[in-house]
Design a protein around this ligand. Structure first.
Ligand code: ZN
Length: 243
């Protein structure tokens, strides 16, 4: 097969590791040998590995104590804890606007989006799961939203909603879908963010902006994710289960 060349202008040339000052500087500093330093340079993306987690790790009591201090809004911490319950009363999803993803309110047989300032025909279910978490120090509540909940549960809110929708009266209303209840008793590493809400909250709860399998705390962070998570997850949750 002949390979056509589409362009030969300098604007479309790709340079790989050419010997310019910036590249030489990077090589000299040896950052290319270190993946965690290299990724943000290229993707401008946050890298969270075991070291990052350990550096910001707090127990639940620490986080509750920080919440009563004069903390800086937006500060995040990591917390290794287990989910002991899910608040069924607040539901596991919210009706969102397809356009802006914000909460929308039922309005007749349609919905009203306050952000978009318009009537919306249909709602998209998005996760909002209010979980009770504990460790050896204390208990509190974390709220897990869409992407992180989907990763943790392994199904989109839409598909869980569809599965539930197709069931006919076998389960009483208000029961949690089994797929979601399944995370009760499991341990995770949460990254929680302290927000304005935490400054004045009567009852504290924290937004979990990331949820990692606890194997992230292992030495070999990614390769043994599955084995590690299930083994220690079962063991640990039995150790600390309420009597
Ligand atoms: Zn909207």
């Amino acid at each position: 097969m002949k390979s056509p060349t589409l362009s030969s202008t300098t604007a479309s040339k790709v340079f790989l590791n050419i010997d310019i000052d910036e590249v030489l500087g990077l090589k000299k500093n040896n950052v290319w040998a270190n993946e965690s330093t290299m990724q943000p340079l290229i993707f401008q993306r946050e890298v969270i590995n075991r070291d990052t987690i350990l550096a910001g790790l707090k127990n639940v009591a620490d986080i509750l104590r920080i919440a009563t201090s004069n903390f800086e809004i937006g500060t995040s911490y990591f917390c290794h804890s287990w989910i002991y319950d899910i608040n069924k009363n607040s539901g596991w999803y919210y009706n969102s606007c397809r356009n802006c993803k914000r909460l929308i309110k039922a309005c007749g047989d349609k919905f009203w989006c306050n952000k978009c300032q318009k009537v919306v025909d249909d709602a998209v279910p998005r996760y909002r799961i209010d979980v009770g978490v504990k460790d050896d120090s204390e208990a509190t509540r974390f709220i897990i939203f869409e992407e992180e909940a989907e990763k943790t549960i392994g199904q989109s809110a839409m598909s869980v909603y569809d599965i539930e929708d197709k069931k006919e009266g076998n389960e009483s209303e208000g029961d949690l879908p089994a797929l979601i209840a399944n995370i009760i008793g499991r341990r995770y590493v949460f990254r929680v963010k302290l927000t304005e809400y935490n400054k004045t909250a009567y009852k504290q709860s924290f937004t979990a902006t990331k949820v990692f399998p606890e194997s992230y705390l292992g030495n070999d962070d990614k390769s043994q994710k599955c084995g590690n998570a299930s083994r220690s997850g079962v063991k640990d949750s039995m150790d600390v289960s309420p009597k």
